[in-house]
Design a protein around this ligand. Structure first.
Ligand code: MOS
Length: 754
């Protein structure tokens, strides 16, 4: 199978080259012309269509499916149910590591959440498969659904997020509260949210003997390959996954999901290629979500406005059959200095699909509560909320006690405030109105996100014709990996970006790690950087050991690579082209390899995070309670910026998620049936352009020498943190009403809630 190489962007739209340049998306033209093929765009010869039948109950069992009626429908080829499903080599409920999530692959007639797949209908057309699925007319034995934060007995989960301890403390919170001159206690609730990537989970699967080829969106190709190898009992190298473009992932495509695997099972069953695409409402169950939270914060401050205690307790939900716990309180470990800090998590099991990593899992939920509570504390102290943050942000990570690898938060506060005009903000709420009589409010929030790195590999090739190739199975969810990683590749190879063929997006390439945790540019980028360095070192060996080369004997002085040539470091008048070096050595090309991983020594020494400060303006209609965010300014320090255009775009996206978190997103669950009541983009609200009229992202200069050799921190998720709280705080400043339930709805602003 050919790997996917992105052809070069025409020269006329190039804005510069390599690291630091604001290149436009190299895949942009492919995307806007429709030439970029997403998973569901594939249509191999003989392909059939599979449609899921999904459960309309949340708990019980499927008592009857009218398989005969479905099969009798013209065009229907096969119906897969638990009774005839193809055998798997592994139980989908087996869990050998915490990141192997249990799947629903028709292993039984049990229903454990609404929209769980209960059958698959395969037909010659999409219409026939859809009609066949409707004809199954399931009958159920129904057990009452348990939904919501109070549905069951709570317990302390074994770990939260990626296995962090659920209960953490440092210092004596009770003593800190007792010693405080001002105290607050407030409880905040955040809603259940669904990822809602624009592209639904989709797969086109084809078997050839025991070789499997699939087109499907993935944030983690090699992980998906491994999971499929286990389930189908074949070697990973028999599985070829193509995922050059994702129409968004947000965490929901980090692990291959049950419905995607059902598409593969369908293809195996009928011996033909099969396409399966989830309908929007079918994404509200089997592909993860963000669980609701209830968070109680208690804080104390002394007469100088210094925090004396911070206690952050959170309660969340997980499914009845698997473990994922939103680590909402963990953000309190890292942001504000307090001698005493305590965080804790508890959870209840409910009849929903298993929650999952979603858009800053934990940080987003925790941030809106923490930033609201910090504002309430500032208010209790009679202080400006920005001044209070400047007084209390941590210089050393409070829980770990580690110094930050770098922290430019003060610059973020200063630059953001200046751009926003914060100094004109009256301290009291309800003081500003616009010319239409709308209440105007300004709020601030602090942004933070860990600077993570995973493992990845890359392969670099320099060719005698002067070109280079960089190969890595990286993932572009829309964030601009095709562009930013190619920029790192070009610098690593010492070539202009147009001379580099950048191959990515398939499982046959070196393992690009996962695109998650805002770590992909650092992870894949460092593998690319190291592969470039390796191939350049091999090339330099050829030249410096050859007495016919002008670089002969450069040895200790070394060489540098630039523009397709190696130069002597101590005498740049002496240089030689890659082509000449390879030509004289009689080589058509030369190859290098690179790996990346976080440096454990640096990680145990430093706390690594990106930071930012977000300022928001809202306008509220005093009679109707209607809210609009009119302006958001964020200033972010995230290490080295590979491509400022892509980075701004990422930060805008994150800030829009923040607006969305504060005012829009809410999956409404019917407590009687356990079904999501708004599983569509008409009723599950997300911001549109009119909801976000003015966004600015300031890139604050930061050099972090410890995170990795390139100094890259992540920008994918930090934008949602800080922003959601800034919007909530602006609503308070406009109205004087502290809405503690998110999303904020207008009914709460008409009359102050008790
Ligand atoms: Mo993300 S929730 O790290 O894809």
């Amino acid at each position: 199978m050919p790997e996917i190489a992105l052809t070069q962007t025409p020269a006329h739209i190039r804005h510069g080259s390599n690291i630091g340049q604001p290149l436009t998306r190299r895949d942009g033209i492919l995307k806007v012309t429709g030439a970029a093929r997403y998973a569901a765009d594939h249509h191999p010869p003989g392909m059939l269509y599979a449609v899921l039948a999904a459960s309309s109950i949340a708990r019980g069992r499927v008592a009857f499916l009218d398989v005969a009626a479905a099969k009798a429908h013209a065009g229907v080829v096969e119906v897969i149910t638990p009774a005839n499903k193809p055998a798997l080599a592994q139980d989908p409920d087996e869990k050998t590591n915490p990141f192997m999530f249990r799947l629903d692959l028709l292993q039984s007639d049990r229903v454990r959440y609404a929209n769980q797949p209960i059958a698959v209908v395969i037909a010659e057309t999409l219409e026939a498969a859809t009609e066949g699925a409707a004809l199954l007319s399931p009958r159920y034995d129904i057990d009452p659904a348990r939904i919501g934060l109070d549905a069951a007995e709570s317990f302390v989960p074994p770990g939260v997020g990626i296995g962090n301890p659920p209960v953490v403390h440092r210092g004596d919170v009770a003593a800190g509260l007792a010693a405080a001159s001002k105290r607050i206690e407030a409880t905040y609730e955040t809603a259940s949210q669904y990822h809602n990537a624009m592209e639904p989970h989709a797969i086109v699967a084809a078997w050839d003997g025991d070789t499997l080829s699939i087109d499907t969106p993935s944030q983690g190709l090699i992980m998906a390959q491994g999971r499929l190898a286990g389930l189908f009992g074949i070697s990973p190298d028999k599985i070829h996954i193509r995922s050059p473009f994702l129409g968004g992932g947000f965490g929901s495509k980090g692990f291959i999901s049950g419905p995607q695997i059902l598409g593969i099972m369908a293809a195996r069953m009928v011996g033909k290629p099969v396409k399966l695409v989830l309908r929007r409402e079918q994404m509200y169950g089997p592909v993860g979500h963000r669980a609701p939270t209830r968070q109680t914060l208690r804080m104390g401050a002394d007469n100088d406005g210094k925090l004396t205690a911070l206690d952050h307790r959170t309660k969340t939900t997980s499914s009845t059959f698997d473990d994922f716990f939103e680590p909402a309180a963990d953000i309190s470990h890292t942001l504000y200095a307090s001698k005493a800090i305590a965080t804790s998590h508890e959870a209840v099991r409910v009849d929903t699909g298993t929650p999952l990593f979603m858009r800053a899992p934990g940080e987003a939920t925790g941030s809106i509560a923490l930033e609201s509570a910090i504002d309430e504390m500032a208010q209790a102290c009679g202080m400006d909320p920005l001044a209070f943050r400047l007084e209390n942000y941590a210089e050393v990570e409070p829980i770990s006690g580690k110094p930050f690898s770098s922290k430019a938060l003060r610059d973020c506060y200063r630059q953001g405030a200046e751009r926003f005009g914060w100094e004109r903000r009256p301290l009291a709420p309800r003081q500003m109105r616009d010319h239409d009589g709308l209440l105007v409010g300004w709020g601030v929030g602090t942004a933070t996100f860990p600077a993570l790195m995973f493992q990845a590999e890359a392969k670099a090739v320099l060719r005698r014709d002067g070109g280079g190739v960089m190969e890595i199975g990286a993932h572009d969810m829309g964030q601009g990996a095709w562009t930013a990683l190619a920029q790192i590749a070009a610098d690593g190879l010492g070539l202009d970006i147009d001379q580099v063929e950048f191959r990515s997006g398939t499982s046959d390439l070196p393992d690009g790690g996962i695109a998650g945790g805002s770590a992909h540019t650092a992870t894949a980028g460092m593998a690319i950087h190291n592969a470039g360095a390796d191939v350049i070192a091999r090339l330099a060996d050829l030249a410096t050991n050859d007495d016919r080369s002008p670089l002969f004997g450069a040895g200790n002085a070394g060489v540098i690579a630039r523009g397709g040539r190696l130069f002597r470091r101590d005498d740049e008048s002496r240089s030689e082209s890659y082509s000449d070096i390879l030509g004289r050595a009689g080589l058509a090309e030369i190859e290098g390899q690179g790996k990346s991983a976080a440096d454990p020594a640096a990680q145990s020494t430093y706390a690594m995070h990106a930071h930012g400060a977000v300022f928001a303006e809202v306008k509220v209609d005093p009679d109707l309670g209607q809210m609009r965010v009119t302006r958001v300014v964020g200033a972010f320090a995230a290490g080295r910026i590979i491509n400022p255009r892509m980075v701004r775009s990422q930060l805008y996206g994150g800030m829009i998620w923040g607006v969305s978190f504060a005012l829009h997103e809410h999956a409404v669950m019917d407590p009687r049936s356990g079904r999501p009541m708004n599983p569509n983009l008409g009723e599950y609200h997300i911001p549109v352009n009119a909801d976000v009229p003015s966004l600015e992202a300031i890139l604050v200069e930061e050099r972090d020498p410890h995170v990795n050799a390139l100094g890259i921190k992540g920008v994918g998720e930090i934008g949602v943190t800080g922003t959601a709280g800034a919007v909530a705080n602006a609503v308070w400043h406009a109205t004087g009403v502290r809405a503690r339930k998110f999303p904020v709805t207008l009914d709460r602003l008409i009359e102050p809630q008790p």
